[in-house]
Structures are given as structure tokens and as C-alpha cells.
Design a protein around this ligand. Sequence first.
Ligand SMILES: Cc1ncc(COP(=O)(O)O)c(C=O)c1O
Length: 395
Amino acid sequence: MSVTEEITATGVLPRRLLLGPGPSELDPEVLRAMTRPPLGHLDPALLEILADVQDGLREAFRTGYEVTLALSGTGTSGMQASLANTIEPGDSVVVGTIGYFGERLVEMAERLGARVTRVSAGWGESLDPDLLREAVRRERPRVVAVVHGETATGVAQGSMPEIATIAHEADALLVVDSVASLGGHPVNVDEWGVDVCYSGSQKALGAPSGMAPITASERAMERLRGRRSPVSSFYLDLGLLADYWIGHKYHHTISAPLIYALQAALGILRSEGLEARWRRHERNYLALRAGLEAMGLSVVAPADRVLWTVAAVRLPEKVDAARVQRGLLEGHDIDVAGGLGPLRGKVIRIGLMGYGSQQRFVLLILGALEQVLRAEGYAVTPGAGLSKAMAVYEG
Ligand SMILES: Cc1ncc(COP(=O)(O)O)c(C=O)c1O
């Protein structure tokens, strides 16, 4: 047993290096923050922390929206809240989908009783704004929803200001999923004109899973106040949540340890600087990709649409992706993910997010991957990936 392992009631807890598409590695300061003594959800000291978290989230989202807070739930709760607060049964909704999480938006909107029109790009591509415009002009939806960073393919959706204009020309609200991008890849809520943007704490923001940051424009809040029917979810009603976060009126018992962790993570983001953080993610992503390419592998995302937080890495046809994933976990304690949907069995997904986006982790995974691939019978020139990645860092 290594000194970093812990014993629990169910046995020894392995110490993994989390290099999948979330959850990500935690800065020791974030881990320490969670062990602070708990506070009540209406304690003045906790309310002061909530105000600081709201400021930190506004900086991360690049927004001045008053209603900016964190839901008690994972990224999926952000998706559910965004749709439940903007859609009423019978509404028309246009969803732009570029992969797995866009499909989830479609399913959720349908479950909320919306008439959904799907505009799809192939997995690995990004949306063509012209196709979206055509659908929005035809359907005149209440809501247009898109995923900014598609974790299944490692693609970042481009043309965000244009997509906002398309939605607003039809008087629709624009909902954007930034679960995999916020804090690691440029997201500019105000500049783009996004109405509701949600994320997750456990990826590039660098906190544990369990909180979902969300921000909503005054326009979205006005629509919410004028609804024909109440929001179907009491728990995720943004009006009630704003009454708690801003008005300090009880709604639910927020988890103080998760709030401490999010505050610490946002403090780290603030001292690093958002743009410097984006650059760090870009640099480590590019070094990883260069290393992978030198090993004869490729990423799914086209060069002009890469998401700097996640790489979906195509494996050679004869190599079994599940075995590679298992080899990294069992042989190197490195946690990566497999493929989703049509990419299942064809890719592994490597995430470099938040504290996990570091040069030493890039070099570590390239070395480990080389060893695992060689064990699987795939010929890799020894050290080719590592030396190419190092050249990026030295260049
Ligand atoms: C783009 C995107 N949206 C939504 C989610 C759902 O978040 P969670 O798993 O935290 O509920 C994820 C999770 O990977 C994601 O990558």
C-alpha cells in the first residue's frame, strides 16, 4: 500500500490520477477547504461565502447577470434547471446537437412537454449556423439550446455570437451547456449574448462534483416571472433559488463543504487569471495532441474546433479501447474514459481539466499510454510521443 492510499470500511481506496473527462484532479487547497467545520445554510458567515461564490462565478462566466449561483446538483441539474425554467409544455424548442449531451438536451426538453426540432451535426463536427438559422426561422421557438463543449467528441462549438443572434432574432432565449468548457476554454456569456448558461463544478473549474453553476439574463428572469405555469421542479426553480442566494430566504439545505470547495476553486481561478488559465489548458492540450500524433494516433476534433479540456483519441482498429482503458487504470492508476454512442469502443477520452491540466500529467499519460499500446501489440517508436510533447513545451 502506498502512503497516499486510504483505508475505508470497504477496503483500501486506490489513489487514481483523474485524467478522464471529469471528475478532475483537485488542488490540495480545494481538498482542504472541504474539511472546514460545517455551517448552517443561513449562517451569516456562509451567506458571505455565497456572495463571494456568486462574484467568482460571474468572473468565470464573464457576466454581470445578477442571477448567478450554483445549484445543489451535478451538471445534469444545470441542464434540467435551464430547460425547466425556460420551457413550458407545448413550447417549441430548437436543439443544436453535436453529440451525446445535445441528445440529452433533446430528451429532457421532450420530457418537459416541448415540441423539439433537432438540428444535428455529425459526431466530431460542429453546428452549421445556417442550418440552425433555417430551423429557427421556420419554428419560431421559445428556446434555442446548444452544447458549447461536447465532451463525447472533444469538439468546441464555434460561432456562438452568431447563434445568439439567430435565437434573439426569433425572440427565443439561448441556453448554453458549458459543463466541459467553463474555466478551461473561452466562455463569454455577456459578449456572446447567452441567456442561460450552466456548468458543472467537477471539470475545468476544479472543484468536486456536486454543484452546478448557472447564470440567467434579466430577459430570462422576466420570462420566468411571466410564465403561464409554475416551473415543474420546485428544487430547481431559479426564482426560488435566487430568493435564497440573493434574498437569504430558506429553500434547501445547501452543502457547506461543497460550497467551501467551490469557493476555494474559484479563488484559485481568480489568482491565476481566466485568460492565463485558458492558455494553460490550450498549451497542455496541444502538447498532448502532438504527443498522440507522434504515436500514430489522432483526435476526433478537427483542428479548428478542438475543446482544450477533452481529447477523444481514436485508437488503431486492431486495438481494443476497453483494454487500453483498463491497462491505464490497473497498470498506472490513471483514470480515463471510453467512448460514448457511435464512438464506443473506438476512442478513449483524456481530460486535462482544472488542476489536472499540467505538463507533468501530459508527460505521464503519454508514457503510460505508450507502454499499454505496446503491450497490446501496437508498435510505437519508443519515446516518440514524449519527445514531441516536450518539443511543444520547449518551443
Ligand atoms: C457537456 C456536458 N453536459 C452535461 C454533463 C452532465 O454533467 P454531470 O455528469 O455532472 O451531471 C456532462 C458530463 O460529463 C457534460 O460533459
